[in-house]
Design a protein around this ligand. Structure first.
Ligand code: 3VV
Length: 194
């Protein structure tokens, strides 16, 4: 049995999540939110290069292929890397809700070791929303989408404005993003089109 923390369990009066009408269609890729993201960006040679697709509900699926640079113990994925993979899949649920949010709490259970070379099949979904708090869960399986559970997580994401990144990110990277009008428009659209 997993230990649970009330912070990642929705309160009784939380609302069911609603799939945004402009969310990516089921089966469509959920693009990377930032090319230098260690989880999903194409610009990180040692990154996880997570490929995420929208599901039919407020959910996504993703695959993560464990490479030698992701090791903790010999031949096995590092636990922090596995948490990163789940965290990033959970983060891409932003596109299903069309809400920008960041991880407040991530509670992870490791059930099986994950060998280098294996593919972690991840499924993540929003379970409830209460104000700015978004409750979500993710599971990573081995051998296929129905395979045995290797790792799972419950998470609390907190909704933020674009200014969260502008005010807190290092100036160089923020300026580079702001110089890309498409990136700014995409991020701002989340705020004006709830
Ligand atoms: C032109 C530029 C454009 C840029 C555009 C970029 C677009 C990007 C798009 C999409 C990004 C997606 C990225 C996904 C990547 C994968 C996910 C990650 O790795 S995210 C990184 C890791 N997480 C953090 O760095 C958060 C650090 N923490 C914070 O910044 C703050 O703590 C924050 C924003 C989470 C909350 O701070 P507060 O001041 O806004 O709000 P308060 O009042 O503290 O919390 C609100 C409620 O939530 C609860 N809460 C907050 N944190 C909690 C926690 N850890 N555990 C339990 N409850 C918590 C509080 O108790 C409060 O609850 P009550 O309303 O009082 O009921």
């Amino acid at each position: 049995m997993s230990a649970t923390n009330t912070a990642v369990q929705p309160p009784a009066d939380a609302a069911a999540p609603v799939r945004h009408p402009e969310a990516p269609a089921p089966g469509e890729p959920v693009g990377s939110h930032y090319e230098n993201c260690f989880g999903c960006g194409s610009g990180q040679p040692h990154g996880l290069h997570l490929a995420t697709r929208a599901g039919e509900g407020v959910n996504v699926t993703a695959e993560f292929t464990v490479r030698p640079e992701h090791q903790g113990a010999p031949g096995l994925a590092h636990g922090g890397i596995l948490a990163t993979a789940l965290d990033d899949a959970l983060g891409s649920l932003n596109w299903l809700l069309r809400t920008i949010s960041v991880t407040g709490r991530l509670e992870t259970d490791y059930r099986r070791p994950v060998p280098v070379g294996s593919v972690l099949h991840i499924a993540a979904e929003v379970t409830a929303v209460a104000g700015r708090k978004i409750y979500a869960t993710a599971v990573g399986r081995l051998g296929g989408p129905e395979g045995p559970v290797a790792v799972r997580a419950d998470a609390l994401f907190i909704e933020v404005k674009v200014d969260h990144f502008i005010e807190n990110g290092r100036k160089e990277e923020i300026q580079a993003v702001m110089d890309d009008p498409d990136a700014v428009r995409q991020a701002r659209a989340f705020e004006v089109n709830p």
